[in-house]
Design a protein around this ligand. Structure first.
Ligand SMILES: [Ca+2]
Ligand SMILES: [Ca+2]
Ligand SMILES: [Ca+2]
Length: 304
C-alpha cells in the first residue's frame, strides 16, 4: 500500500525544521520518526534522518546516526565481495582525489559493483549518463562555471550527478555479483537544494510498489542529508535532484542539485520469487546491458 504523499510532505516539513537545528538532538529526530509511524496501518515502521546546513560539520552528526541505523551492529564493509550478515556500504565518489579528472559513465553505471569497487550499487538514468566531478574544474565547473560557487562537498573533493536528467535510480546487488539484492535503508547527501518538496528519495519494495516519497531539506549553497530505513526490503530508490538537469544557472524557478555520499545497508540477496519480480522490472536486463557497455576506462578507481 502506498502511503499518501501529502502526509509525507507534512512529515518532511517537520524534518526540515529539525534540519536547521544543528546539532540536532536525538529527541527531535525521534519526534519526526513518531510522526511518520501512524501514516498507515500497513506501512512499515520507518526511521527518517533529515538535516541540512552550510557545511559538512553541520550535518555530520545526523549522517553518523544514519550510519548506525543501517549498520545493524556492523561496520562499513568497503569493497568486500558478497553479502555480509550486517554492516553497510558507502560511496563517496572521491577516488583519485583532487587531481582526478571529471569522469563520464554510461547508464547503467555498474562501477560500484565491479572492479575494485564492489559495493552492490548499480545506477541508472533515462538521461545521457553520469558524471563524477573533477579536474579541470571541480564541482561540475566543466558543465557550468557558476556551479563551484553553489555546490559544497560533504566528502571532499568529488560530487556525483546524472546527466541529461535530474532523476536516477539506485539498484542493489550482492556486492561483486549478479544476484539482485535489497537493502532496508538508504540515504544520500545533496548539495544546493533550494526548493522545498522537490528533491526527493522514493523507495520501492521488491514488488516495485512505492513505499513513499520523502523530500530532501533545503539549504542554499549548503548540504542536505536524507536517509530512511524500513522493515520492508527495498529493491530500488529513485533519486530526484532539484527540478532541472545540470546545465543552466541555478536560481529562481530553476533548482540545480548535485549528489555526494550514498550510504546504505548491506545488500542482501533477494529470495527467488522477488528476484523474478525484479527481473520483470528490468533490473537483470539492465545488469546485462551494463556488462556489455563496460569499458576498461570505467574500471579505474573512482572512489576510496
Ligand atoms: Ca565526495
Ligand atoms: Ca542555490
Ligand atoms: Ca539549487
Amino acid at each position: 500500500m502506498t502511503v499518501p504523499r501529502v502526509l509525507f510532505r507534512w512529515v518532511a516539513s517537520v524534518t526540515v525544521l529539525v534540519g536547521f537545528s544543528a546539532p540536532v538532538s536525538a529527541t527531535m529526530i525521534t519526534v519526526a520518526v513518531m510522526l511518520a509511524l501512524p501514516l498507515s496501518a500497513t506501512a512499515s515502521p520507518i526511521t527518517i534522518r533529515s538535516i541540512s546546513g552550510p557545511d559538512a560539520a553541520s550535518i555530520q552528526p545526523v549522517v553518523d546516526l544514519f550510519r548506525t541505523d543501517v549498520s545493524a551492529g556492523g561496520v562499513n564493509n568497503g569493497n568486500t565481495v558478497g553479502s555480509l550478515p550486517n554492516g553497510r556500504r558507502e560511496v563517496n565518489w572521491d577516488g583519485g582525489g583532487a587531481a582526478a579528472p571529471a569522469t563520464l559513465f554510461a547508464s547503467p553505471m555498474n562501477t560500484f559493483n565491479a572492479g575494485v569497487t564492489t559495493r552492490g550499487l548499480v545506477s541508472t538514468t533515462a538521461g545521457t549518463g553520469f558524471e563524477i566531478s573533477g579536474q579541470p574544474s571541480p564541482e561540475f565547473g566543466d558543465i557550468n562555471a557558476t556551479y563551484p560557487g553553489i555546490f559544497e562537498t560533504f566528502s571532499t573533493p568529488r560530487l556525483f550527478s546524472p546527466l541529461g536528467s535530474n532523476v536516477m535510480d539506485a539498484l542493489f546487488f550482492g556486492p561483486g555479483t549478479n544476484t539482485p539484492a535489497s537493502v532496508f535503508g538508504f540515504g544520500a547527501v545533496s548539495t544546493d537544494v533550494d526548493l522545498p518538496n522537490t528533491s526527493s528519495l522514493e523507495f520501492f519494495n521488491l514488488a516495485n510498489v512505492s513505499l513513499g516519497t520523502f523530500f530532501v531539506p533545503t539549504f542554499n549553497n549548503g548540504l542536505s542529508f536524507l536517509g530512511v530505513t524500513f522493515t520492508d526490503a527495498i529493491g530500488r530508490v529513485r533519486i530526484t535532484t532539484g527540478n532541472t538537469a545540470l546545465g543552466p544557472n541555478d536560481g529562481g524557478a530553476t533548482d540545480i542539485v548535485a549528489l555526494d555520499d550514498f550510504i546504505y545497508s548491506e545488500p542482501q540477496a533477494v529470495p527467488e520469487p522477488a528476484s523474478l519480480t525484479l527481473l520483470a522490472t528490468g533490473v537483470v536486463t539492465i545488469l546485462a546491458r551494463g556488462r556489455r557497455r563496460r569499458m576498461s576506462t570505467y574500471r579505474r578507481a573512482v572512489d576510496q
